[in-house]
Every structure is written in structure tokens, then in C-alpha cells.
Design a protein around this ligand. Structure first.
Ligand SMILES: Cc1ncc(COP(=O)(O)O)c(C=O)c1O
Length: 443
């Protein structure tokens, strides 16, 4: 392990919480060099919805490699790309009546976000994009501007501009419809909020703490964008590809955003791959205007097609995700009720659920206890106070039950050792600034 400490940058993060040398992985399990088994409830931060080394995808990929299929091709036409695009049109777009042009960007989520911001700005001739409190869109400068987390923003070393922040659904309490606020400031030429090029939003804020918006809020947001001629972008990089119980996390709202970004689990196999879906009339790029060496990863095209064929030819898989999601929510509700002293809460949608443990210290004690019992699970949120469950969607019912048993034992162990569980303080009761309670002056 010394090589990592000696040679690898301090920037490494996940490795610090799970300091083992991992050697192989299969489905929902990872194995370290001593062959200890870990249940993976992090799943590549949402990049492994179909688990590790899926046998069918691996077979297709090996066949493709063995046949000297093209590996790298810039954006040349390849049979792997053609087959992926035909499958995506037949099995994802057509059944939903969606009309989108597909753009392959550099293979990370942040590159897809950068491309969507650029095209929104280019088309409207405006510079600002509205993003939301607790939003997370990536780490390069454009997407980092859209990201809310101060720890990550502080790493930019330069002013993060070109954005205006708006309150997410529920941010100002249940009684306030924050789309109404947005509509008002965009309608008022003296609000100080410039008419933006676009609005970018996650339907479930993964890194921001598993906050999710209602479908009605999303419909209203879509209407506000239309009313003001603003490009509506849904960043479905983490919540998409089935995590919510549908392929796209916004399907139940019955809306069609102008732009959708996808990455993470799109390749199905954990290979780097990102794509922007644009309404055809927005596809006003000049050739090569958003260029890049690794646009469209042929190996990812092969596995992504296999994933769609396997899991998205009908609703069976999505229905199983929704069923497992209900099971997760029910079990977590029971756990917080038993051990959370009225302070812990559960939130999320589909197989994207989290436990709010009030503060980061308690949440990290619980995830560390779970790690000792053979589970890899992470936290998210402003104070890392949310335990985020992101197990592969293909997890067996037996492993899912075992995983939640581990979470239950860990919550129990930590909570029983605490003198008291702090109350979950809401801004509207008291303001918490950097962990310190301050009076809410508006009371
Ligand atoms: C919603 C969302 N958008 C964008 C990104 C950035 O993706 P990447 O880390 O591949 O650049 C992430 C990563 O966590 C994400 O969750």
C-alpha cells in the first residue's frame, strides 16, 4: 500500500475511507487481495448500476476485442457506434416518443455538462445559467460553477462565474414553491437576476444529499423555462439509467427537457462514456466546435448496447428496481424509527435512497462500522451527513436484505453508543453555520 502514499496525489478521496487493495469484483461484490468480500453499496458512485463485470457485457466486449473491433476512432463512424445508436433509438427514445439528437462528448460526466452549458449559451447569446442549491454537476470550471458544494468550489482557484443560484424544491420549506420565485425574478427586469441561457437541474441530488424534487415541481420548472425562452437541462448523470425506477429520472413528470446529460452507468460496464441528448433544433454546433480525442468510446458502445438489450427491451427490469426501491424505503424507515430517536430521516426515490443522520460525524461512524462488517458505502450532503445507498440495481434480493441488515447493525451499534442523538436542526428552527448553531434572526 506504500506506493499509494508515496506516489499518488493527496487528492485521492474514496481510497482513504476504504484503505484496502481491491483485486476483483463480480456483480454486487468486490474482493480485496486477501479475498475478503465486500458488498458494494457505492457502485462506482452510480456508474455500476448493472454491477461489476456483468457476464453478458463482458462476453460481448471480449468478442469485439478478439475480432479486432475498432477501439479508438475519434468520432469516425464505426459499427459499434451505429449499433448503439440504433438500439438507443429503438428501445429508449421511440417507446417514450422522444425526439433527440445524440452528441458524444469526452467520456466523463463533466464534459457532457460543459457541452450542454456551451450550446445553451451559444444558442441564446446569454451567459448565465441557473443552477440549484446543493446541486452537483462536475469539477471542470463550467460545471464547477454550477456545483454548489463549497469544498469543491474552493478548489477552483478562480472566480466561478456565469451562474446564478436558485433554491431547489423544498429548500425554503415545504410551503414555498421555489419555481414561483424563479418565475418572479425572471419576470422582473430589476430583480438583479439576468435572463439566463439555461437552467440545469438534477431530479435527485446525489452528491448534494439525496434531495429530490417532486414531479409537479419539475413540470412547473419546465413551464418556467418555456415561458422565458430558457434552455431546460436535466443532468441525469447519476439519477438516470434506471436508478430512479425508470430509464430517465424525469419520465413520470411527462416532460421533455431541451437537453439531457447522461454518463456514469450509460456504458453499463463502468467504462468511461458520456452523451448529451439535444432537441434537434438545438443542435447548432459547427463541425468540431466541441471537440475531443476520446468522444465516443467504442468499447462502451458495445457494452451500452448490451445493457439496453438486456434490461430495457421491456419494463421488467424497471419494475424490479421500483420493487426493490420500495423494499429499501420500508426497511430504512423501520431502522430510523427504531434507532434514530426521531431525528434521523429517510429520503430518496427508487434505488437512490439516503439516511439523514443529522451530522457528518455520526454518518461517518456508521459507514465505518458498515465497512468493518464488509460493506462499501459512502456519505453525501453539505456536512456528509447523509448515508447514500447506491447498490447495483441488479443486486439479488438476498444480498439487498443482507446489505440492509449490515446498515441496521451499524446504525444500532453507533446510536446505542451515543449519549444522545442530536435533533435534526432545520434552518427554520435554528441556523447551523459550519456545525455551530446560531439563532435564526428572522424568528
Ligand atoms: C449529477 C452529476 N453530474 C455530473 C457529474 C460529473 O461526472 P464526472 O465525475 O464523470 O465528471 C456527477 C458526478 O458525480 C453527477 O453526479
Amino acid at each position: 500500500m506504500k506506493i499509494f502514499e508515496e506516489l499518488e496525489s493527496e487528492v485521492r478521496s474514496y481510497a482513504r475511507n476504504f484503505p484496502r487493495l481491491f483485486k476483483r469484483a463480480k456483480g454486487e461484490f468486490m474482493y480485496d487481495e486477501d479475498d475478503n468480500e465486500y458488498l458494494d453499496f457505492l457502485a462506482g458512485a452510480g456508474a455500476l448500476n448493472y454491477g461489476h463485470n456483468h457476464p453478458v457485457m463482458r462476453e460481448k466486449l471480449l468478442e469485439y476485442i478478439q475480432s479486432d473491433g475498432i477501439t479508438h476512432s475519434l468520432d469516425l463512424y464505426t459499427d459499434a457506434k451505429r449499433e448503439f445508436m440504433e438500439t438507443f433509438r429503438e428501445k429508449i427514445l421511440r417507446p417514450r416518443n422522444y425526439d433527440y439528437t445524440l452528441m458524444f462528448t469526452g467520456p466523463t460526466g463533466t464534459n457532457a455538462v460543459e457541452a450542454s452549458l456551451k450550446i445553451a449559451r451559444k444558442i441564446t447569446g446569454r451567459s448565465h445559467v441557473i443552477s440549484f442549491t446543493n446541486g452537483w454537476h462536475g469539477q471542470t470550471l463550467g460545471s464547477l460553477s454550477m456545483t454548489a458544494n463549497s469544498h469543491h468550489r474552493d478548489g477552483a482557484g478562480i472566480a466561478l462565474t456565469g451562474m446564478h443560484r436558485a433554491p431547489y424544491d423544498g429548500y425554503l420549506g415545504d410551503a414555498v414553491d421555489t419555481t414561483e420565485y424563479l418565475d418572479k425574478v425572471l419576470s422582473d427586469s430589476s430583480s438583479g437576476v439576468d435572463l439566463p441561457a439555461g437552467v440545469i437541474v438534477e431530479t435527485i441530488q446525489g452528491e448534494g444529499g439525496v434531495n429530490y424534487c417532486s414531479m409537479e415541481w419539475l413540470q412547473r420548472l419546465s413551464r418556467v423555462c418555456k415561458k422565458h425562452g430558457v434552455v431546460f437541462i436535466i443532468d441525469d448523470i447519476q439519477a438516470g439509467c434506471g436508478r430512479s425506477g425508470r430509464f430517465f429520472s424525469f419520465e413520470e413528470a411527462g416532460i421533455q427537457p431541451d437537453i439531457v446529460t447522461l454518463s456514469k452507468s450509460l456504458s453499463g460496464y463502468g467504462l468511461p462514456f458520456a452523451m448529451v441528448m439535444l432537441k434537434p433544433e438545438l443542435d447548432q454546433w459547427k463541425p468540431g466546435e466541441h471537440n475531443g480525442t476520446f468522444r465516443g468510446n467504442n468499447h462502451a458502445f458495445v457494452t451500452a448496447k448490451a445493457a439496453i438489450d438486456l434490461y430495457w427491451s421491456d419494463d421488467t427490469f424497471a419494475a424490479s428496481v421500483r420493487k426493490k426501491g420500495e423494499y429499501i424505503a420500508k426497511r430504512l424507515d423501520a431502522i430510523v424509527e427504531k434507532y434514530g430517536d426521531g431525528s434521523f430521516t429517510v429520503k430518496g426515490r427508487g434505488m437512490f435512497q439516503g439516511i439523514n443522520c443529522v451530522n457528518g460525524e455520526i454518518a461517518s461512524k456508521i459507514t465505518r462500522a458498515a465497512y468493518k462488517k464488509g460493506m462499501i458505502i459512502e456519505t453525501s450532503g453539505a456536512d456528509d451527513h447523509i448515508i447514500k445507498l447506491l447498490c447495483p440495481l441488479i443486486i439479488s434480493e438476498e444480498s439487498l436484505a443482507k446489505g440492509i441488515d449490515i446498515i441496521e447493525e451499524s446504525v444500532k451499534e453507533v446510536c446505542l453508543r451515543l449519549d444522545e442523538i442530536p435533533e435534526d436542526s432545520d434552518y427554520f428552527d435554528d441556523v447551523v453555520i459550519h456545525g455551530e448553531k446560531k439563532e435564526n434572526v428572522s424568528k
